[in-house]
Ligand binder design. Structure first.
Ligand SMILES: [Zn+2]
Ligand SMILES: [Zn+2]
Ligand SMILES: [Zn+2]
Length: 356
């Protein structure tokens, strides 16, 4: 290939550049809303682009042959400018707030059973305090952010646009502000919806399900307590951990307990009064008597074997510590896990009042 042919080939390639948005004299425009006869410029190289608006093909901008522009530059620069436009449109009241896709980081360490994280995704609206977006902002560590979201004239969030290269790990981690990395093509498709490829130093995010799990759990407990006509032990004593499960026999929702101590075979629970459903009874599975949960409705023993390390009591009985802090931790884990066996959502048709 001689240099002339190479030149030709380059021109041909460049003729195929896609320019999804172009600048008029001041603003970034979509081809749909662009007007014939006006001048438009490539966000990548500032070269003139031609608006093609015909009967047959969808409106688009055509890029003249160029040695200085390429598709990567166009996507990268367009995405940056589009974010700035979205923020300014939102601040001007023309569009609704851009949303940031977040993953709930609410998690618990379940010891032997590993760590469990909620990971539910939610769209978080941009906080009102964000004033504007600035491109090519130089951070204090010398890193130039593609876009910086400004709060009180200080950068509050750095946004990096990835087209082909990921952000340098060291640079990203030495930033003093939170940062997110967005895929350039995704920004062009959904400029008002930031879905980070990765993020760093963002404030931890807790989804609504996690935030409201505790009152929901307590509501359900109250309901089950009423239906099964039992009395919940005094919670201030921080001793009996309680969860909701279905009786394996009668299928009614019931309250089951666990408590610290590894001598269930011989000694009754320490705190008195002992809940009326905890009884010293014989288990055929184990072959001897121990202090066990029973169903308040059908009176059958609820085998320990199924209770531990499950969603009901997501911890080991042996690790249980008799302290108010440990009690609260255990209860939080029970509430967190109650969601996974959908105990908080469904209403069990078998949960009618049990006849005593
Ligand atoms: Zn260009
Ligand atoms: Zn969550
Ligand atoms: Zn039962």
């Amino acid at each position: 290939m001689n240099s002339y042919e190479r030149h030709e080939l380059k021109d041909y390639e460049n003729a195929k550049l896609r320019v999804p948005f172009a600048f008029d004299e001041e603003r970034l425009c979509a081809p749909k809303t662009a007007e014939k006869g006006k001048h438009y410029f490539c966000p990548g190289c500032q070269d003139t682009v031609i608006l093609k608006k015909g009967e047959v093909k969808a409106a688009h901008f055509a890029h003249k042959a160029s040695k200085t522009c390429n598709q990567e530059t166009i996507v990268h620069k367009t995405a940056k400018n589009l974010i700035v436009k979205m923020i300014s449109d939102w601040k001007a009241g023309k569009t609704e707030s851009p949303k940031l896709r977040r993953k709930c980081g609410f998690k618990f360490d379940f010891g032997l059973y590993g760590e469990k994280t909620c990971e539910e995704t939610c769209d978080q609206p941009m906080p009102d305090k964000v004033e504007q977006a600035v491109t090519e902002y130089r951070m204090s560590n010398g890193f130039i952010a593609d876009v910086a979201l400004m709060v009180e004239n200080e950068p509050a969030l750095a946004i990096e646009i990835r087209v082909t290269h990921a952000v340098d790990e060291n640079k990203a981690h030495s930033l003093s502000v939170p940062f997110i990395e967005l895929d350039g093509h995704t920004v062009l498709e959904k400029p008002n919806h930031f879905d980070p490829i990765r993020d760093n130093k963002l404030n931890p995010f807790t989804c609504n399900t996690c935030k409201h799990a505790e009152p929901k759990f307590e509501d359900k407990v109250t309901k089950v307590v009423k239906q099964t006509r039992i009395k919940l032990p005094d919670r201030d004593s921080c001793y009996y951990r309680y969860g909701i499960d279905k009786c394996w026999n009668c299928q009614r929702e019931i309250i089951l307990y666990t408590w610290p101590g590894d001598d269930w075979d011989t000694s009754p629970p320490k705190k008195k009064p002992i809940p009326q459903t905890i009884k010293f009874c014989y288990s055929r599975t184990i072959g001897h008597k121990y202090w066990a949960n029973t169903c308040p409705c059908c009176k059958r023993i609820q085998g320990d074997f199924f209770l531990y390390g499950s969603n009901l009591f997501p911890f080991s009985r042996n690790d249980m510590v008799d302290s108010p802090d440990a009690y609260r931790q255990d209860m939080q884990k029970i509430v967190f896990c109650a969601r996974f066996n959908r105990m908080l959502e469904k209403t069990n048709p078998a949960s009618t009042h049990c006849v005593k």
